[in-house]
Design a protein around this ligand. Sequence first.
Ligand SMILES: Nc1ncnc2c1ncn2[C@@H]1O[C@H](COP(=O)(O)OP(=O)(O)OP(=O)(O)O)[C@@H](O)[C@H]1O
Ligand SMILES: [Mg+2]
Length: 494
Amino acid sequence: MTGRTKPRPPERAGGHRPPARGWWGRGGGQSKVLDGPVLARGTTVQVCGLWPWVVGAGTPRAGVPLGRHLDTGATVCADPISWFRDARLIANPSLFILGLPGLGKSTVSRRMVVGLAGYGVVPMVLGDTKPDYVDAIRAIEGQVIELGPGRGSLNVLDPGESSGAAALLRDAGHPTEAAQVEADAHSRRRVIVSALIAILRKAPVSAIEESILGQALYVLDARHPGVPVLTDLLQVIRDAPDRVREVAVDRGSRQRYDEITEALEAALLSLVRGGRLGDMFSRPTSEPMRRDRPVVYDISGLPEGEQDQRAAALLACWSNGFATVNVAHTLADVGLEPRRHYLTVMDELWQALRSGPAMVDRTDALTRLNRTIGTGTIFITHTMADLASLATEEDRMKARGFIERAGMVICGGLPAHEMPMLTQVVPMSRREETLLASWATPPGWKSDRDTPPPGMGKFLVKVGGRAGIPLQVELTATEAGIHDTSHRWHEAER
Ligand SMILES: Nc1ncnc2c1ncn2[C@@H]1O[C@H](COP(=O)(O)OP(=O)(O)OP(=O)(O)O)[C@@H](O)[C@H]1O
Ligand SMILES: [Mg+2]
């Protein structure tokens, strides 16, 4: 209200209201600058009688408290299980976390692990490569299973709890469920052995070879009284039982059978003799996984350079973890066990996806559950470029499907060139794209250890086409003490 078009001052007397900026004119005290209203937050108990100007919090209150909304400062709570089960905000309890390295993806996922454990969910961290979760799982009295050369082993042919569970189900008069558990264990073992061989060879396992493995596993289960190991599977293939020869299509010729199975035998021999993938998968399981306590598989003992070993270990952990969850759900369905809810965490997804051909399919098969109800999943990877660098278009499409199917996506700082790929699967506004790219900016040259990169702990929670919720994860003092993935560096500096 400046310049020549000043309105006439309204009459002051007679109860007129002042205009928006106050009375103008001499002695009026008109305000040139309008302050924004003061924002204050309180619970409904504290501010129940306050009216007007009250607005509900823009963020859901259900779930694990993650941090503060970057614009409003309100507490943001989010986790895939609470948002699915309690708040009904997402269509399935799965979360995909994307972001550049070192910006706090594992930290936010670990917050959910600890928070949900507090709500009674059983977290299972299926493969920790750093380790990011070991201390936290130990702190909540969970089970830490070490895998690696000279540490522990995970026999991929161990049916785990499924044999015992199947017997229990039959005794209790549930033969259909028992057969389901057995069939699931059988297919998981076939998939994981095929996956190990594909990683070893860097070439796919043929359909015939997969059938041979499948039939050999049936023969093995029938003839082997205890828990078999890969050497026993190799022996079955060498013994050439009829059931296996039939699917090998050897047309009655033993020589042809030997030719068909030669490559398979060589791969199994490498696994048994501790070849490139070590003998971690062919020795008896050193410590079985429990299904009533938080669990983490610590695979940080595997050398960082041994990408294939790490990928194989991740897949083996996923296979074992999901098999256990399936058994637990089936037993709970028929009332033989209390119903437990699980949260499975698959960090460093890219390591497994890039380890060989068709790994996306195998990951999909290994992490599939008969019923998704009662199990939340967290997948973590770096960038869309990780997925785009997969060898075939088919794999790339399927990998995108992982994100598309996730009920909830949390993005950290990502470079601007990621956006065209990302927005194809997660709709983003221009502003959101700019925000994510700004979090990917490196810190200034002069920054020291106390100045974190701008994107540290900043995330955007996206659910379908809704506007994202930007938040800053704040570490509690306990978390900051327990978790510091760069602690080896910091120790050296002290
Ligand atoms: N919100 C935060 N505030 C302060 N420090 C944090 C925060 N989040 C993470 N950090 C610190 O940043 C470092 C890296 O975090 P984290 O391991 O979670 O990153 P990441 O994204 O999982 O990395 P990578 O991709 O390498 O696995 C850790 O030392 C952690 O303590
Ligand atoms: Mg991480």
